[in-house]
Design a protein around this ligand. Structure first.
Ligand SMILES: Nc1ncnc2c1ncn2[C@@H]1O[C@H](COP(=O)(O)OP(=O)(O)O)[C@@H](O)[C@H]1O
Ligand SMILES: [Mg+2]
Length: 298
C-alpha cells in the first residue's frame, strides 16, 4: 500500500524547522501507526477541500439517525426553535446558533443572546464529555483551565471500575472510539471527533454530538481512506460496519429530519449520502477481495 509517510515527514520538517530528518521520519512513522491518525490524515493530506456546506440543521438530525442505525448513541432530544423560544429554555438545554444569523456556522456561544433559528439539545443525563473526563477525572492534562461547560458534569463521579471502562472506550486506537470516528467520516463531518464532541456514560458508552460541520465532497476522500487503511486491520472491519448500512437506512434517517423550513430541501442530501454509501460499499468490497479498481468519482 502506498504510504504517505514522506508527505508527513515533509510537513513535520516544515512545522518544526531544524529537527533532524530521521527524527521527523520516526515521528511520522509513529503517527502513521495509529489508526485514528490514518483517518484524520485523509483531511490533513488533502489539498483541495470542499466549501459546499451541507445544511447544518438537517445534518444534525440526519447524523443522529445514522449514528443510531450504526449502534452508536446520539442525543435523544433535539429540536429547532426560534431565538425567543431559545431564550426561555432552562439550563438543561444546550443552544447553538449562528452568530452572524446566517444559519450556517452553528456553535454554542454561552453568554451570547441567541439569534435566528436555533438548534437546542437536551443535556444527556449521567454523561460527560471525554474532554471533561480527561481534565477533571483522569487529570491527564497539566492545563487545568475552567470551562463554562464543566458545570454540566460536576455530578459525574464514576467509580474506579467505571473509570476503567471509560478509559477503554476513549482509547483512540480502540474500537469504540474508532467506530465513532468512522461514522463521522462517512457523514463527511470535518476531522476526527475531538474529545469535546463525544460524551460518555459511566458505563463507557460513547455518545456522539455535534455533527453540524459537514460538506458535500467528491468521492476522492473515500478512495483515500480505503487506500490508507490496511485490509487486515481492526479498523478495516469497522469500515465494514458502515458498509452494512442500506440505502433504506439513509432514506429513513432523511425522513426523520424535521419538516422545518430551516432544514431546507432534503433531496440533495439523500442523493448525496446514497451515492456516498454506494461508493463506500464498493470500496469496501474491492478492498476485501484485494482488488485495486479505479472507481468513477461522483
Ligand atoms: N446533549 C448534550 N449533553 C451534554 N453536553 C452537551 C450536549 N450538547 C453539547 N454539550 C456540551 O456543549 C459543548 C458545545 O456543544 P457542541 O455541540 O460541541 O458545539 P460547539 O462545538 O459548536 O461549541 C460540548 O463540547 C459539550 O460540552
Ligand atoms: Mg463541538
Amino acid at each position: 500500500m502506498h504510504s504517505p509517510i514522506n508527505d508527513l515527514t515533509g510537513r513535520l520538517l516544515k512545522k518544526f524547522p531544524g529537527i533532524p530528518l530521521e527524527n521527523a521520519r520516526a515521528q511520522a512513522e509513529e503517527l502513521w501507526a495509529t489508526p485514528a491518525f490514518r483517518i484524520s490524515s485523509v483531511w490533513l493530506l488533502s489539498g483541495k477541500r470542499s466549501t459546499n456546506r451541507i445544511n447544518p440543521y438537517a445534518m444534525e438530525f440526519f447524523s443522529g439517525g445514522i449514528m443510531r442505525r450504526l449502534g452508536i448513541r446520539a442525543v435523544d432530544e433535539q429540536f429547532v426553535c426560534s431565538a425567543e423560544q431559545a431564550r426561555e429554555l432552562s439550563d438543561d438545554y444546550i443552544v447553538k446558533f449562528d452568530r452572524q444569523a446566517q444559519g450556517q456556522n452553528l456553535t454554542w456561544n454561552p453568554g451570547a443572546v441567541p439569534l435566528g433559528w436555533c438548534l437546542a439539545s437536551k443535556l444527556v443525563p449521567h454523561a460527560a464529555t471525554l474532554d471533561y473526563v480527561t481534565r477533571k477525572i483522569l487529570k491527564n492534562c497539566t492545563d487545568n483551565k475552567v470551562e463554562a461547560r464543566d458545570k454540566y458534569y460536576v455530578a459525574f463521579n464514576p467509580t474506579p471500575d467505571e473509570i476503567e471502562r471509560i478509559e477503554k472506550s476513549m482509547n483512540i486506537d480502540g474500537p469504540a472510539y474508532l467506530r465513532v470516528c468512522t461514522a463521522h467520516f462517512f457523514l463527511a463531518c470535518r476531522c476526527t471527533p475531538h474529545f469535546g464532541n463525544i460524551l460518555t456514560t459511566k458505563h463507557g458508552e460513547l455518545i456522539s454530538i455535534d455533527h453540524v460541520h459537514a460538506y458535500f465532497e467528491s468521492g476522492e476522500s473515500l478512495q483515500r481512506l480505503f487506500d490508507f487503511i490496511d485490509r487486515h486491520s481492526e479498523l478495516f472491519n469497522i469500515l465494514g460496519g458502515v458498509a452494512s448500512l442500506t440505502e433504506g437506512d439513509i432514506r429513513a434517517a432523511v425522513d426523520e429530519i424535521p419538516k422545518h423550513t430551516v432544514c431546507g430541501q432534503t433531496a440533495e442530501l439523500r442523493e448525496y449520502f446514497c451515492q456516498r454509501l454506494r461508493l463506500w460499499k464498493q470500496l469496501y468490497a474491492f478492498k476485501s477481495k484485494n482488488l485495486t479498481v479505479n472507481l468513477p468519482q461522483f
